[in-house]
Design a protein around this ligand. Sequence first.
Ligand code: MUC
Ligand code: MG
Length: 372
Amino acid sequence: MNATISSIEAILVDLPTIRAHQLAMATMQQQTLVIVRLRCSDGVEGIGEATTIGGLSYGDESPEGIKLTIDTYLAPALKGVDATNVHAAMARLDKVARGNRFAKCALETALLDAQGKRLGVPVSTLLGGAVRTALPTLWTLASGDTQRDIEEAERWLGERRHDTFKLKIGRRSVREDVAHVSAIKRALGDRARVTVDINQAWNEAEAATGIAMLEAAGIDLIEQPVPREQRAALARLAARFVVPIMADETLMGPEDALDLVRGACADVFALKIMKSGGLYGTLRTAAVGDAGGMALYGGTMLEGSVGTLAAAHCFATLPRLAWGTELFGPLLVKDDIVVERPVYRDFCLHLPQGPGLGIAIDEDKLAHYRRS
Ligand code: MUC
Ligand code: MG
């Protein structure tokens, strides 16, 4: 097989959200995607995406920085390189640039999409094969209003779109947050699983108080209660409470996974293809967690359809995925830049069966939403 990389384009795309999405560190009114188009000498084009949350408020790569890194450093390093050898291309990028995991994830995704199209197989097949084609997917209630969140949950339960809800807390006092969460859990009862994500907003004492109350209210999972650097505090909380504690911001790649396993810092790992610098990195992170007895969860950076389906192909290959996924990003935006939007039904995201990622760019929509 003979195909080299001819050109790489990184495009900033701004999509409005269906409502304000309130997290501890940012309120989102739109989501910015960095869409990568990787063109090869055999005429095949691969698509990738790098996405973060709230500019620089979540991670240390911003959409604008990711585009600059790709345009200035990563794309030139890949020009003329064998497009069919994903590992060799990524090793070259690791020599040119340290870190920059989100940018690398977009390029690895585009290489895998191109190779899948070239061979006529889905990305999950390139990764060894999907063990599931339907991924349980939760919805995040983050309107900032308790009654509106309950109505939203009732609607998605009724339509069989989601039966697990994650609440973003940490903006208000611990007592106010617990009252908000408890009211939603009381309204939904045993019909839905309710989890919370504090996004690092509590100190250890606040976390001890808050988690005790959330546990009593019947909450199923507590995500990243304390700052990512405070792994010893996370370990003490994981040892103290029965309700499982999930590591998110403190877990990037396999090296973090090893440290968190050694320190018994959590019960569950939130995997994200952005944090692990790509799909293969995510599989390595998952393998370390799995070997260390961590339950696995398919996380999101609220990617659009391209990034979400890349993650879906990856998570579909994991033998164990006890906590399902939160791959609902495409449902949070009003419009999309792909021809066919991902399919959500019966509480699951359904994996496309076509070659590569199984999606095509809608050129008119891309032209409309791209930042010029
Ligand atoms: C996070 O921290 O997990 C996931 C769902 C959501 O609403 O925000 C993300 C980020
Ligand atoms: Mg999180």
